[in-house]
Design a protein around this ligand. Structure first.
Ligand code: ADP
Ligand code: MG
Length: 462
C-alpha cells in the first residue's frame, strides 16, 4: 500500500467533498422546488415523477369498522388490522411482520405475491372477536406498495420500476393490485383491495388522522421518499375531474431527485455503478438506510487499501458489498464508551477485523458521522423544498401556517444522530420564527394504519 496517503488525508478529503453548508442546501432545496414544478407540469417533465395518488381526501375520523393493511416496503412486510370507532380513534390494532426472503426480491412476481398472500391468509385466520366485520361484508384491505407506481385509480396502478434491491423485470408495467388479487385467490383469501397507496401517502393519511396540521410525509427507511398535499389547480398534468376538496396528495418519488448541487463523491459513483439500478435514485442512494452503511464500507475499503488503516493486508470481508449495514453503522456512531468498545466489536463481528487501535476506531466513527450528517442535511434540504413549494416556509396572509411533517422509517426511528441532524438542520434552514411553526413527528407505522384508513374511506360500503 502507498503509505504516502494517510487515513486522515482521505478523511479530510471526504469531509470537504461531503460538505453541506447552508448555501449549498438552499441551492438543493431550490432545485427540488423547480423539479417539483416540472414534474407536476407534464408526465415525464422531471426526474421527480410527482405521481398523482388519487387520494383527494385524507381520513376524517368518521371511518368505522375493521380494515386490513398490507405493507410491502423493502426489507420487511407487515400485515395489520384495525378496528375503527368512527370517532377519530382506533379501538384495537394487531400486526405481524415478516422479513422478505432475499431470493424473492429478484425472483418472479408470482412467487413474491404468493408468499405475501400466504402470510396474509395466516394473519386473517387469526382474527379474534375484538374485530367486528359487519354481517354480509367482504373484508377490505389497503395495500401499501412502496415503489413507483402509475396509479390508474385509487385501487389500481402499474409498476413503473423497482428500487431498493428489488428486481423482477416481468412485473414492470403490470397492475400490482391485480397481481395481489390473483395471489390472494390462489391462497384462498377472500378480501377486496380498496386502496393502493405508497407508504408516504399512507403515512400522510395516518398522520392526518391524529393531527390536522399534517401536510407532508417523509420516509427515511430502507429507501426514501416524500408525499404532500398539493392544490389540484397547481397540477397542470392532471386532466381528471376537479376534486371537491380542491386538493390532491402527490407522491413525489423524491428518491430519484438529482442535481448538480448534490455533493457526490467517488464512493457514490461507484456504489451507483455497482447497483441494480445505475443512474437512478441518486438522492435515495445518498440519504437512505439501504445505502449509508455501504458508502461507509467503500470509504473504509479505500482507507484500508491506500493508507493501511487496518494493517498491511486489506481485510477480505471489507470487499463484500452490503456487508456493513446501516444499523451497525448507527451502533458504531453512537458508541459512547471511552475506548470505543462497540466499534471494536462491530469491526470484529461484521468485518473480522481485530486489534484495532483507538485512533483507527475514532476514524471509523468520524466517517460514520460524515456520511450520516450529509444524508440527514440533504433530507432536510429536500423537506425545505416541499415547504417552499407549498408556501409553508414563510409568512402567508400575515401569519405562518402550522405545518406538521409526519416522519417514518427505520432510519429516522432508530438512528438518533441522523434524526437529530434532520431536525436541527431544518430549523437552521427555516430560522427561528418559521422553525417554531414547523414540527416533525414520528408517525409510528403510519403507512400501514394510513392504508387501512384509506381502505376505509374508499370502502365499497362507504
Ligand atoms: P422499509 O423501509 O423497508 O419499509 P423500515 O422503515 O422498517 O422498512 O426501515 C428499515 C431500514 O431502516 C433498514 O433497512 C435500515 O436501513 C434502517 N434501520 C433499521 N434499524 C436501524 C438502526 N438501528 N439504525 C440505523 N438504521 C436502521
Ligand atoms: Mg416501510
Amino acid at each position: 500500500s502507498n503509505r504516502c496517503v494517510t487515513a486522515a488525508d482521505i478523511l479530510k478529503e471526504l469531509e470537504e467533498k461531503c460538505a453541506t453548508p447552508v448555501s449549498k442546501l438552499r441551492q438543493i432545496s431550490d432545485a427540488m422546488t423547480v423539479e417539483m414544478h416540472a414534474g407536476l407540469a407534464s408526465e415525464g417533465g422531471s426526474k421527480l415523477k410527482m405521481l398523482i395518488s388519487y387520494v383527494d381526501n385524507l381520513p376524517t375520523g368518521d371511518e368505522q369498522g375493521v380494515f386490513y393493511a398490507l405493507d410491502l416496503g423493502g426489507t420487511n412486510f407487515r400485515v395489520l388490522r384495525v378496528q375503527l370507532t368512527g370517532k377519530s380513534s382506533i379501538e384495537c390494532q394487531e400486526f405481524a411482520e415478516v422479513t422478505i426472503p432475499p431470493p424473492l426480491m429478484v425472483g418472479d412476481s408470482q412467487a413474491l405475491f404468493d408468499y405475501i398472500a400466504a402470510e396474509l391468509a395466516k394473519f386473517v385466520a387469526d382474527e379474534s372477536e375484538k374485530f367486528q366485520l359487519l354481517a354480509g361484508r367482504t373484508r377490505e384491505l389497503g395495500f401499501t406498495f412502496s415503489f413507483p407506481v402509475m396509479q390508474l385509480s385509487i385501487d389500481s396502478g402499474t409498476l413503473i420500476r423497482w428500487t431498493k434491491g428489488f428486481s423482477i423485470e416481468e412485473m414492470v408495467g403490470k397492475d400490482v393490485v391485480q397481481e395481489l388479487a390473483k395471489a390472494m385467490k390462489r391462497q384462498g383469501v377472500n378480501m377486496r383491495v380498496s386502496a393502493l397507496v405508497n407508504d408516504t401517502v399512507g403515512t400522510l393519511a395516518g398522520g392526518r388522522y391524529s393531527n390536522k396540521d399534517v401536510a407532508v410525509a417523509v420516509i427515511l427507511g430502507t429507501g426514501s421518499n416524500a408525499a404532500y398535499v398539493e392544490r389540484a389547480q397547481a397540477i397542470p398534468k392532471w386532466h381528471g375531474p376537479h376534486p371537491k376538496s380542491g386538493e390532491m396528495v402527490i407522491n413525489m418519488e423524491w428518491g430519484n431527485f438529482r442535481s448538480s448541487h448534490l455533493p457526490i463523491t467517488e464512493y457514490d459513483n461507484s456504489l451507483d455503478a455497482d447497483s441494480l439500478n445505475p443512474g437512478e435514485q441518486i438522492f435515495e442512494k445518498m440519504i437512505s438506510g439501504m445505502y449509508l452503511g455501504e458508502i461507509l464500507r467503500r470509504v473504509l475499503l479505500k482507507m484500508a487499501e491506500k493508507a493501511a488503516l487496518f494493517g498491511d493486508t486489506v481485510p477480505p470481508k471489507l470487499k463484500t458489498q452490503f456487508i456493513l449495514r446501516t444499523p451497525e453503522m448507527s451502533a458504531m456512531h453512537h458508541d459512547t464508551t471511552p475506548d470505543l468498545k462497540v466499534v471494536a466489536s462491530k469491526l470484529k463481528d461484521v468485518l473480522e477485523i481485530s486489534d484495532t487501535s483507538l485512533s483507527t476506531r475514532k476514524i471509523v466513527v468520524e466517517v460514520c458521522n460524515v456520511m450520516a450528517t450529509r444524508g440527514a442535511r440533504l433530507a432536510a434540504a429536500g423537506i425545505l423544498g416541499i415547504l417552499k413549494k407549498t408556501g409553508r416556509d414563510t409568512v402567508r396572509d400575515g401569519e405562518i401556517p402550522n405545518t406538521v411533517i409526519a416522519m417514518d422509517g427505520g432510519l429516522y426511528e432508530h438512528y438518533t444522530e441522523y434524526r437529530h441532524c434532520v431536525e436541527h438542520t431544518l430549523n437552521e434552514l427555516l430560522g427561528d420564527e418559521v422553525g417554531k411553526q414547523v414540527k416533525l413527528t414520528h408517525s409510528n407505522d403510519g403507512s400501514g394504519i394510513g392504508a387501512a384508513l384509506l381502505a376505509a374511506s374508499h370502502s365499497q360500503y362507504a
